[in-house]
Design a protein around this ligand. Structure first.
Ligand SMILES: [Mg+2]
Length: 109
């Protein structure tokens, strides 16, 4: 499955209000699911001495999937192809790497 196929399948499970004209629901969901990832990793540090067990890995896999779903939903709301988002991102990163500016800050490197 590529990103476009994922995005198309994910979109068929989007049941929030005004799908196709609602930036807010997916962006709020993305923040919420990102918070769930952060919280699970926090508990790895607090309760498990920083060790990621197989069980925790599966839990985090599921939460990362939730993050991906909201990324796809947000891309759909923005009329962006998720495959194109991924391609543009990796091209940007490889360009920075080749130019020796992958470290540092600033969006326009
Ligand atoms: Mg979740």
């Amino acid at each position: 499955m590529d990103f476009t196929q994922y995005q198309q399948k994910a979109q068929t499970t989007a049941l929030y209000p005004n799908v196709g004209n609602n930036l807010y629901y997916p962006v709020l969901g993305l923040g919420g699911e990102t918070g769930e990832v952060l919280n699970k990793v926090k508990k790895v540090m607090r309760d498990n001495d920083g060790k990621v067990t197989d069980e925790l890995r599966e839990i985090l896999k599921s939460e990362l999937g939730d993050v991906l779903w909201y990324v796809a939903a947000l891309a759909s709301e923005l009329k962006l192809d998720l495959d194109e988002v991924a391609r543009a991102n990796i091209e940007k990163l490889f360009s920075r790497k080749e130019r020796g500016v992958i470290k540092g800050s600033g969006d326009e490197r």
